[in-house]
Design a protein around this ligand. Structure first.
Ligand SMILES: C[S@@+](CC[C@H](N)C(=O)[O-])C[C@H]1O[C@@H](n2cnc3c(N)ncnc32)[C@H](O)[C@@H]1O
Length: 280
């Protein structure tokens, strides 16, 4: 992803599929906030864990594009609270200017793997009638499984998750697993939660050269979908949608996981709409 400089902040330059991702999240967030607002006993919040600066530059139009936190801030009916996290203090400074005097927007500079568990998730307790829509949108393998599993166990969270298949393929899922660096394995284990990805990413049988064959992206993605249900405890996980770069290579898969069938059905319809625009 290229950077476009403006003032002291480097805005990300985003391609077609990032714009698609933003549209998908916005569409669901609007439906979610409408449904939750009608349930007067519930208090619903928006969480953007890898929030960015709130503004990007479109590679297609060269114009500014609203990022995911900005989209969420203007949704009506509105979320009751917003929790926006980024590691980059300059991006949080930009968000601070955009947010202005709003008292229901909480900004955090730091590693979301810590901030979510310590400061944000405890505010979204199911038994306190809190519900949250959480976007986990890292550039690559920068998210810990503990966050995903906690979100699943809480039962109060709907989650969009960027599953960074390209970063995985570059750093961990090599044809010859013996050549992968220790760091690559560590990052993959941290995202996946353990090393069970090895049993999914490689065939059990060995080829003529004594090597296990690497499976396709789809097999790995299906394995993770199963894990979100069986290990993290999300009841419904929609078939994820692949996001590609301009050469057609899969950069990441956008997952959606929830406890509610109706939520999953809404996202399935949204995903299907975009699939017909080429995201197969
Ligand atoms: C893909 S961008 C997010 C884009 C944003 N969700 C959007 O669609 O407008 C990823 C962001 O995560 C931030 N980041 C990277 N590692 C992080 C971490 N451990 N905790 C919080 N933010 C992080 C980066 O600074 C970057 O702004």
């Amino acid at each position: 992803m290229k950077k476009g400089r403006q003032a002291s902040v480097q805005f990300d330059e985003i391609g077609y599929w990032s714009e698609v991702k933003l549209d998908i999240v916005k569409e669901y967030a609007t439906a979610y906030s409408t449904i939750l607002s009608a349930q007067k006993n519930l208090y619903h919040v928006y969480v953007d864990a890898f929030a960015g600066a709130g503004v990007h530059i479109s590679k297609i139009s060269r114009q500014p594009v609203a990022g995911s936190p900005l989209n969420a801030l203007v949704i009506t009916p509105p979320f009751r609270e917003f929790h926006l996290v980024d590691l980059d203090s300059e991006k949080i400074d930009v968000l601070k200017q955009i947010v202005g005097q709003r008292t229901n927007v909480y900004l955090y500079t730091g590693d979301c793997n810590k901030v979510l568990l310590k400061d944000i998730f405890p505010k979204i307790k199911y038994e306190g009638y809190r519900r949250g829509l959480c976007l986990l949108d890292p550039y690559g393998l920068h998210l810990n499984w503990e966050v995903i599993a906690t979100a699943g166990q809480m039962k109060s969270i709907d989650m969009f998750l960027n599953f960074p298949i390209m970063d995985m393929n570059r750093n961990a899922l090599w044809k010859n697993p013996d050549k992968v660096s220790e760091l690559g394995v560590k990052r993959m284990n941290a995202f996946w939660g353990d090393d069970s990805w090895r049993n999914i990413a490689y065939t059990a049988e060995r080829n003529l050269f004594g090597l296990q064959e690497k499976e396709d992206n789809e097999v790995i993605v299906n394995g993770f979908q199963k894990r979100l249900k069986e290990v993290a405890g999300f009841k419904h996980v929609a078939r994820p949608i692949p996001m590609r770069n301009k050469t057609g290579a899969e950069v990441y898969y956008l997952f959606f996981a929830s406890q509610k069938a109706v939520a999953s059905d809404i996202v399935k319809d949204i995903f299907d709409k975009y699939r017909t625009r080429g995201a197969r």
